[in-house]
Design a protein around this ligand. Sequence first.
Ligand code: GDP
Ligand code: MG
Length: 741
Amino acid sequence: MLKRNLAKISWCKLRMRYYHQENLAPKQKSEKHDVTKIRNIGIMAHIDAGKTTTTERMLYYSGSIGAMGEVHHGNTVTDYMEQERQRGITIVSAAVTFNWKDFRFNLIDTPGHIDFTMGVEQTLGVLDGCVVILDSSAGVEAQTITVWRQADRYNIPRIVYANKMDRADANFDMCLESIESKFNATTFPLQLPLKEQSELVGIVDLLTLEKITFDKEVRGAKVRREKLNEKNGGYIWEKAKEMRRILTDKLSSNDDELANLIIEKESLDDISGQMIVNSVRKNTIAGKGVPVLLGSSYKNIGVQPLMDAVILYLPSPNLQKNADIYKCFANNFSARAFKILHDKQRGPITFFRVYTGKLSKGQKLYNVQQRKTEQVGRLYAAYADDYDEIAEVTEGNIGGIGGLKHTVTGDLLTSNSNVANNAKRNLENLKNIDNAIKEKFFAPTDIPDPVFFCSIEPPSMSYQTALDIALAELQKEDPSLRVTLNEETGQTVLGGMGELHIEIIKERIKTEYKIDADLGPLQIAYKETITKPIKENYVSQHKIANTVQNVNVTMSLIPDYQNKEILTFDRTKESASNLANIHPKVMTAVKKGVDIALAHGPKLGFTVIGVGVKLHWLEVQRGTVESMISSAVAQCIRKMLQNAGLVLMEPIMQLEVVMPEQYSSRVLSDMGKRRAQIQEVTIRGQNKVVRALVPLSELLGYATTLRIITSGNGTFSSEFYNYQMMGPLEEQEAIRKVTGV
Ligand code: GDP
Ligand code: MG
């Protein structure tokens, strides 16, 4: 009985709040540095869904910019790099800070193109929530799937925004359906489109049962809310009530409080908007479902409710589960560097997110991965292409540091090495955190292997130093760019994640560094592997000065090897007793020999993968130098590689092509010429979608081909899938291309 009364009292309070507020948009006053008033969010979308357009509106309505840019005019704030303006796509993550209703938004514009997923992943680690933008005429597209899965991996709560609802072929129900079927996710649709003569004129808010319209005269800056009723709503009023009931019911299945209230009231209609807000928030943060909103950013409809939703449904930094691990730093400063940009006047600016403590101007910091102490120069709050100098960056916030020399994207930062060591110890005792995550925490960031490479040369020798500096800076910004020196030819070699990736790097060297560098043809990063097992004994005898350097080694190679530990040891009795006596220094030399031999295979010098090395026997004459041991081991392995049916492996890409029906037969027959393994052909709205596995070598210049055969109506995205062995004919062709004979 008492319980029931209590429930009643709190319900009354809630109801009062509900009726006092004209709408549910947040209005609280904030205190300085209140971590609950921060939202670190990313915006993710398939290319062209409207990420840049939406961001631009957010900045405009929050008062951060006086004029609104448009993508097709090339004057948007977040697409600030020159080649982005030219291409009208967003490549580099730019952090943008602004205030909305007393909340501080740190908006991180994640790269959309698949070649830059490295950037997406690094950014994801520092986000507390994200907004996934869909093109409502297309629903869930290829890249949405990729980013969704990445967000799943990092447990990032998300809101979906169905953009382009002004289009005649837009379909909100199809969007909901595609989210549910593609991701097996529960949707919480919070709005309905409001149409007049099939034109989008506003939005129906299901929680408040209001019509929301946006004043065209002021580019949507004035928002009008009006209660819906039978008279002014008619059919849409009925539909909204029905949708609200369905939503309430859906929410209650993961929310006991709501479920009890429904039982008590014996109705789905008497639930307050505030109660639904609370439930949507709980459900969203717990990853039980995704709120779905709609709008047309281009027509200035729906952006402010979307920003309100970010406050209402996405977590503040202190509620983010991924931040728990940083508790090992207690109240000391800890942060993660997630982006480095090189500003013309300010030099490198390292973007970082503070997890615990705070960082002040003039302080020293310690980089855990690089084991270096660095001086903090200036601190900045970032407004896309403009910066404000600030005195400190507090817990949960995002800022930029000027002048760091050693820090690379992905590094963990703290105040000094003692704090780092204490944190390492504390981490072991932290409960509820996966051991795998603990292990990775203090380790260097995983960087995917490049699938493409090409040589790069300065226009003349006098530019060599400038080019080296440019590449070093670019690499700090983007660790997925690999820069190596080919010792045989003396050429600098770039490795990248895709054709566009390398093309963009080249353009940036040209436009930002003013170096007209020469890039060699794009080459594919093949790998080498063996097809059969082999065992070999190798004896090396050398005389250096007066010492005899003898090594006698027996090893075997294992094909189709998947384990992480490449080098293993023969455990049979005889071998084990021989190997037990190996001195640790000698063992280090053996490991080095293995690494050397596998770094460059004997076929074309590509890395050897999928091969295990087993050591059976090792005798080393006393006084033999370590380099002789490494060399003998490497020679032994090389000899075996040559005799174990060495073949090339090629990178295979997962490809998704979307095109209007009438082009599908041409696309499919073209794929037939590209050694594609078609996985599925499905229908999405008016389009056909083909998913296939295709060798990377067959995809060179595919963008152009696809544009031609679909008259510009087809789009594709691709992602590295795995390495597969090549047939003899393809191998010959590859060898011919690589060696030029
Ligand atoms: P991004 O690639 O995700 O950053 O997408 P953009 O913001 O660059 O938008 C891609 C194209 O779609 C541009 O031509 C925009 O003008 C257009 N666009 C963006 N939002 C809308 C919208 O709400 N409705 C319509 N019809 N077009 C839009
Ligand atoms: Mg964009």
